[in-house]
Design a protein around this ligand. Structure first.
Ligand SMILES: Nc1ncnc2c1ncn2[C@@H]1O[C@H](COP(=O)(O)OP(=O)(O)OP(=O)(O)O)[C@@H](O)[C@H]1O
Length: 908
């Protein structure tokens, strides 16, 4: 971690927000209360069952004595249920309490603090405070010992007692997540055992046949008790999970609050210095973060529900196709729901040898099968078309989302990472949309219909079979949560692999020149290997979850056949009905698995969706469409007390309080040693970034208030590294211009000394230049860039060392073009100078060093200043050149000013 930037340190400790802490505490209490309410109802129902069956049905003795007699005679069936309810109340509430205590401690362990700091989510200088005092070592929290102090700073005092205890005892050998997993496993086990027991008890319950009224009532209690158990098992585990998970809520609340407070403070500090309104976000050098010009942005978490809603909103335009799909879905679901009914009936007809009915039902079965198949096919087609269209919309939206981001965002990411988002993530996100909507709805209908039919056939059998449903749901929920997190990391690793590949391929010549193919291959392999490891872990967990679920499924089938067989043998159910029930049960299983597979795809897709949607939703801080439109520019440029640092190096101020004025039509040369901030000024003038402090004025207007797109129409930039597109020379010159005359293109090319070499190509202006212009020489690229800029006739010209990387001949040609341009007048030109000849002719020469303006004036004025930096520079240069044999008159002027200046400034 680097040193601290005092400007960002608040004088008083950050207030951690008791509101959030209280909210989290209330949430925890709410969960436990809910749990107690659930179990109290459970206990009440079990007691009512006991009372109904035994107390009121026996001899109607309502006295305490009668109750006591009954208690000593009761059947174990009902007592068991009462005791079970008490046990549930005690054990699961206790576990929930332990869970919540762990949550408090986990929210603030040093690992979490370090994790946050490492992830750049908490700025060590601004967010973490020891005993209410800021850390003074410039952010050592991330790499040394944050100690209990951090925790103390993060928690209100009375909560520390709970927090410290489990943390200090188990911290070293038992991580928070393991504690949570063990706790959840215990809860799951208890719930499953309790529920299976209640199911078996209720179904095999003994009733006194002489007391029918009481028996009916008892059946009702029993049904409610069992039915509610099915629901509660989920409610219980969900509640406990959420209580345990509230460590996230807590930690999040705390950290967010800290972050917000720090950010607010920073805003107010910046606002004091700046006339341009407050900045937001966090300055951070964190790679790959979502950032705008004002700092890192919080990426909203995309869960399954929000993903589903977003996917649906993307398909909004397809309402006609969707309606058709839904209609087909309704028809096919209804007819497929009827099929098992006919299958069971056919079997009963076979047993009863009813030939007429048998034939009729077979025909109906065929008709319903055909209808189902036809409507299924149309439904699939409609959804598939919707899916493809959604994919396209998503790709377009993401590319738009990426390209409009602030330049600061691209400083912190790589093109490989972005292409990975555009390809892998978009595909992963959109792939389930192809079939997800369809599968989800179809399976939900099949599930609901199946449930209904099962209950109609035999509610007792249904109750028994459904005891396995809740544990299956629980396992699936746990797996999906875990898998989502894992897959998010896997996609991040794949993106890194993509980045590594893109970087290596982009610099393929350097790779070959240095023979670093093996290094690059290893780099790529290490990322794909890590991603594969995560994928394999996911596969194992998936197989485990599926295996347990299958066993539970099979268990349910055995229960159905066992208890159903008993019912059939007692003539309380026909064999056909049992088969029908089994078929519906299979349908429910299939539908449930279908829903789960959709949910798992959703889980995977939600991870990818987060990476896609975060960019789709993120608006740039510098909005190119906002602000006052500019129809024409005079070209007066002014920098007023400008400060700036790049986000990727927030500790390193690049521009430190520069004031500079360039009148309209003037030529201003920026000179100075390498890394002095010359190109940065050009970037600020193009508004690639906004100054951290101070203002840039264009014709007296604050650049921030002007519409950037309209400003750029009047500005031209020839950058150090010329950027070409893989298309023809003509397309490169006319880039971004909707209309142009071919003669103008040629004129611009002539002016830029490019026409001759272009004409020598067999295909002339139609010659394709290759990726990034690889089929052209550096000088040729540079001259095409100048022609591109000239064609737009800009009022303000920014030339950033346009001849820096050229050989003497190309340099002379490019320089000639530039000199002609400068000599022409009428344009404001700001150039980062490389050659003395250009500098000498400038109206104003600004000498920059370490981000400050150390000297400025005309060539003559600067020379008059005896022992000024510039004057010494020129003197030294003359001395140097006089000791050389100068063959080329160009070369005399072309002595490298930077090198001379550098020497000079270091001596000064
Ligand atoms: N995108 C960036 N992110 C972080 N730091 C940057 C970035 N671009 C430049 N810098 C740093 O800012 C400082 C000024 O860079 P700048 O390119 O403005 O210098 P310069 O005077 O134009 O140098 P040269 O003459 O070598 O081009 C340097 O220390 C550089 O390392």
């Amino acid at each position: 971690m680097g040193g601290k930037k005092s400007g960002y340190l608040p004088e008083t400790p950050v207030f951690l927000g008791t509101t959030n802490v209280n909210r989290a505490r209330q949430q925890r209490q709410g969960h436990i209360t809910l749990l107690i309410v659930f179990f109290s109802i459970d206990l009440l129902l079990a007691s009512l069952l006991f009372t109904t069956v035994h107390l009121w049905s026996a001899d109607n003795d309502f006295t305490l004595r009668g109750f006591w007699i009954l208690l000593s005679h009761f059947s174990t069936d009902t007592l068991d249920l009462v005791l079970l309810s008490i046990l549930r109340l005690a054990s699961l509430s206790g576990l929930a309490y332990i869970g919540s205590s762990l949550a408090w401690s986990e929210g603030v362990t040093k690992e979490r603090v370090q994790e946050k700091v490492r992830a750049g989510k908490v700025q060590p200088n601004t967010d973490v405070y020891t005993n209410g005092k800021p850390q003074t070592n410039g952010g050592t929290v991330g790499n040394s010992n944050p100690s209990v102090g951090v925790r103390e700073a993060l928690l209100p005092k009375k909560d520390l007692k709970i927090a410290k205890h489990p943390t200090t005892i188990y911290e070293e050998w038992f991580s928070g997540s393991s504690k949570k997993d063990v706790l959840l496993f215990v809860v799951f086990l208890l719930c499953t055992v309790f529920q299976a027991y209640v199911g078996a008890k209720c179904v095999g319950f003994y009733f006194d046949v002489q007391h029918r009224l009481f028996n009916v009532r008892a059946e009702i209690w029993q049904g409610i008790l069992m039915g509610s158990t099915v629901l509660w098992i989920n409610a219980e585990s969900t509640t406990v999970t959420r209580v345990v998970d509230s460590n996230r809520v807590l930690a999040r609340a705390l950290f967010l609050e800290a972050k917000r407070a720090a950010s607010n403070r920073r805003d107010s500090q910046i606002a004091i210095h700046s006339n341009d309104g407050p900045a937001t976000g966090q300055p951070s050098s964190q790679e790959g973060a979502l950032r705008g010009d004002k700092g890192v942005k919080e990426e909203a978490e995309v869960g399954q529900t929000s993903y589903l809603l977003r996917a649906l909103s993307l398909a909004r335009g397809e309402i006609l196709l969707l309606s058709c799909a839904f209609f087909c879905l309704a028809v096919s679901s209804f007819s497929s729901l009827i099929l098992p009914n006919y299958q069971g009936r056919i079997l009963d007809h076979v047993i009863q040898r009813a030939v007429g009915l048998f034939k009729r039902d077979v025909v109906l079965l065929i008709v319903f099968s055909l209808v189902t198949g036809l409507f299924e096919a149309v439904r699939n087609l409609c959804f598939a078309v919707v899916g493809k269209r959604v994919l396209k919309t998503l790709q377009d939206k993401l590319f738009t989302g990426i390209i409009i981001q602030d330049i600061a965002y691209f400083d912190g990411t790589t093109s490989g990472e972005l292409t990975s988002r555009l390809t892998n993530d978009v595909a992963s996100m959109a792939e389930p949309v192809n079939w997800m909507l369809s599968a989800l709805l179809r399976n939900f209908l099949a599930l609901g219909g199946g449930f209904l039919m099962c209950f109609i056939i035999s509610w007792k059998l249904s109750m028994l079979a459904f005891t396995t449903m809740a544990p299956i749901m629980q396992i699936t929920a746990v797996y999906s949560r875990w898998s989502r997190e894992l897959n998010r990391k896997r996609y991040a690793l794949l993106a890194e692999a993509n980045s590594a590949a893109a970087e290596a391929l982009g610099n393929i010549r350097t790779v070959h020149a240095f023979s670093t193919e093996d290094v690059e291959i290893e780099r790529f392999k290490s990322k794909t290997f890590a991603a594969m490891q995560k994928g394999v872990r996911d596969a194992f967990a998936y197989a485990g979850a599926v295996a347990i679920n299958d066993w539970l499924d099979l268990g349910a089938s055995v229960l159905i056949l066992w208890y159903g067989g008993v019912l059939v043998m007692n003539n309380r159910l026909s064999a056909g009905k049992l088969i029908t029930f089994q078929l519906y049960w299979n349908q429910i299983q299939g539908a449930y698995k279908g829903i789960m597979s959709v949910l798992m795809s959703l889980t995977r897709a939600a991870g990818a969706a987060q990476r896609v949607l975060s960019l789709v939703d993120a608006l740039p801080d510098i909005d190119p469409n906002a602000g006052t439109m500019v129809s024409s520019l005079e070209g007066e440029v002014k920098l007023e007390d400008v400060y700036f640092y790049y986000q990727m190096r927030p500790q390193n101020p690049v521009i430190c309080g520069i004031n500079l004025e360039v009148d309209k039509g003037q030529v201003c040369a920026l000179v100075g040693r390498s890394g002095g901030g010359k190109s940065t000024i050009v970037h600020l003038l193009m508004r690639f970034y906004d100054p951290t402090q101070g203002r840039i004025l264009l014709d007296g207007w604050n650049l921030r208030d002007l519409n950037l797109k309209s400003v750029h129409k009047h500005m031209g930039l020839v950058a150090q590294d010329t950027q070409m597109f893989a298309c023809s020379i003509e397309e490169n010159i006319t880039y971004g211009l909707p209309h142009y005359h071919p003669e103008d293109v040629e004129e611009a090319a002539r002016y830029a000394n490019a026409h001759d070499f272009i004409s020598r190509f067999p295909e002339g202006y139609a010659t394709r230049v290759g990726e990034r212009g690889v089929r052209l020489s550096g000088g040729q690229r540079q001259r095409i860039a100048i022609a591109r800029m000239l064609l737009r006739r800009p009022k303000v010209l920014l030339l950033d060392e346009a001849t820096s990387s050229l050989d003497t001949e190309s340099e002379a040609l490019v320089q000639q073009a530039l000199d002609r341009l400068i000599g022409e007048g009428g344009r404001t030109i700001i150039l980062v100078a490389h050659r003395l000849s250009t500098v000498r002719n400038a109206d104003n020469i600004a000498v920059l060093d370490k981000g400050s303006l150390v000297e400025q004036g005309t060539h003559e004025q600067l020379l008059e200043r005896k022992s000024g930096v510039y004057e010494r520079l020129v003197r030294r240069q003359l001395h140097k050149t006089s000791n050389r044999i100068v063959e080329d008159p160009e070369e005399e002027d072309g002595a490298d000013l930077d090198t001379l200046l550098e020497d000079d400034l270091s001596q000064a």
